[in-house]
Every structure is written in C-alpha cells, then in structure tokens.
Design a binder for this molecule. Structure first.
Ligand code: SF4
Length: 306
C-alpha cells in the first residue's frame, strides 16, 4: 500500500506541469481564427438484420429443413431493437447467470428458426448411422458424408465391416481424423453386434453404451434417428457450448449437461433440442465468433455480445 501511495504522489509535479502546458495551448488555440471543417467523407457499411452497422454480419445459411423464408419473420421481429454494448453487464465466461427461467422462450424462438431439424449425416441403416456417428467425432458431417459416399457402397452389410482389413479401412476413413481408433471401434462394433445381437444394432441405451467407442451421445443419436426412440439428449461440442452460454447449465461434463437439459425440456423435444442447438451453434453462435448481432435470441441470452 505504501509503495502505491508514493508512486501516486511522485506523479503529481509532472501532472501540474502538463496542466500548465495544456492551458497555454488552449489560450493559443482560442486566439486562432476558427477554420471551417469539411464534412467527413461517408464510409460504406452493411446494415445487419437488427439494423446496426457491421461489416462482418452475414445472413444465416438456411438448413435443409429450415428455408430462409421461415427464418426471416423471427429475425424481423427483433429488427427495431438495438443493444448498446455499454449497457450490457459482463460475466466471467465460466459463470453465466442462471437463465433456466428463459428456457421455454428461447426454445420457442429456436424451434421456429429451425423447424423440423434433421440429422445432416447420410445413412440408410442403423449400422451405417452408428459408423457415421463414430466417424463424426472431431470431424464435420460434410467430411463424413464425403467419406461414407464411397465407403457405404463398398461395405453393404455388417459382415463386410466385421471382416474389413483394418489397414485398408484406415486409409478409407483417413480424412475423418483419428482413423486408427475409429477403424478399431467400427470393426469391433460390427463383430460384437454379429456375435451378441444377431447382427442387429441394439436399440437400448444400456446395450449401446457397452459397444466400443459408443458413449451416451452416439447412443442417443442411434436411438433417436435410427429407431425413433427418445431416451436422452445427445450432447456434442455445440450443445455443450450453447447450454453454458445460454445459462441452462454450469456443468462442463456432457452427462451432467444432458441431465440439466432433460429437466428443462419435454421428453418429446429431446432430439429436436439437440439438433437445434447444434444448428444454431454452427450457423450463428460459432465458438470463435458468435454472431450476436444477428442472433434471434440475443434478448434472452446472458452471453450476448460478451
Ligand atoms: S446472443 Fe450471441 S452468445 Fe447468445 S446465443 Fe446468440 S450468438 Fe450465442
């Protein structure tokens, strides 16, 4: 404390000196005739959907099942509202305020923006869905689809996967990343399913999570989108990030986040909620640069513009 006080006092003579100089400059300036100022040239800026100016704002890319026309009305409702940055409170990233009371309002808006969300992975059978979901870890759905477009016709049955040559298979799925582990898991899954489940991908959470490389996220996806069975909520990286940003959970662990979300959502909406948060995370609330200025739920989000 003593050191801090000393340092403040030491600055005072210099400050007095600066004040004197400033006063002298002001007097001199007052004596000068005032020059007419030219108007500043106009700079071109793009208008965002909320009416504010921003060069980075881009329109939302429509999803397969969410055409642009259906997105527009929700955004236009928020057009007249602006959010001055200075008036917004700031919170540490890890401690968003509890915003569970706004879950229903946020869900209502997002379900209009992304009506009937559908999985973006291509598949025809539950095993293809299982394999594609395993391959999608740390990889984009677009890249997985590019790989499976060639892979699936080459391996038409589950027996083909069980008998696959690992070295060849690794090369075939190389571009999805982590190809060594993914190959091991997909081939082992096929062998176990043939041996223990009569070649049919199991349709219960308890059985699915026993398969190698299959956690609750993958199991929820296979159950919901392969069999139409709703058990829980698939929590991937987007669902995790958005659940925290939106103040629906304080947890980092996907299983705890899933439980928190299951307390908020109706069971019938579990799968749609997961896909909707994934779509919003990909199209608007990006990890690196969230597009809060065009976000349809900015009014209800405790992380807006932070
Ligand atoms: S307002 Fe910003 S932080 Fe909140 S959900 Fe929208 S894009 Fe994400």
């Amino acid at each position: 404390m003593a050191a801090a006080k000393k340092s403040t006092t030491a600055k005072e003579p210099a400050k007095a000196e600066t004040t004197k100089k400033t006063a002298a400059i002001s007097k001199k300036a007052a004596a000068q005739p005032v020059k007419e100022q030219k108007p500043a040239p106009k700079t071109e800026t793009k208008k965002t959907t909320t009416g504010s100016s921003a060069k980075t704002a881009k329109p939302i890319k429509p999803t397969k099942s969410a055409p642009k026309a259906e997105v527009a009305p929700v955004i236009s409702n928020l057009k007249s509202k602006t959010y001055p940055l200075s008036s917004l409170p700031t919170f540490p990233i890890s401690k968003r305020p509890d915003n569970r009371k706004n879950f229903n309002a946020i869900w209502e808006i997002l379900s209009q923006v992304y009506p009937k969300p559908d999985i973006e992975l291509d598949f025809k059978t539950p095993f293809e869905l299982l394999a594609a979901t395993i391959m999608s870890a740390q990889c984009t759905d677009v890249q997985v689809n590019a790989v499976t477009k060639v892979l699936f016709p080459k391996y038409p049955t589950i027996q083909d996967y069980a008998n696959a040559n690992p070295a060849v298979f690794e090369k075939e799925i190389y571009s999805t990343g982590f190809y060594h582990t993914k190959t091991k898991h997909i081939i082992a899954c096929a062998q176990i399913i043939i041996k223990e489940y009569d070649s049919k991908v199991p349709d219960t959470m308890a059985e699915l999570v026993k398969l190698p490389g299959v956690g609750r996220k993958t199991a929820n996806i296979v159950l919901a989108r392969g069999y139409g069975i709703i058990d829980g909520i698939a929590v991937d990286t987007h669902v995790k990030r958005l659940s925290n940003k939106l103040g629906f959970t304080e947890n980092e662990d996907p299983e705890k986040i899933e439980k928190d979300l299951m307390k908020l959502a109706d069971k019938k909406d579990y799968d749609d909620l997961s896909l909707t948060l994934i779509f919003h995370g990909r199209r608007v609330c990006n990890a690196q640069r969230p597009k809060c200025d065009i976000c349809q739920i900015q009014e209800l989000c405790p992380s807006a513009f932070l």
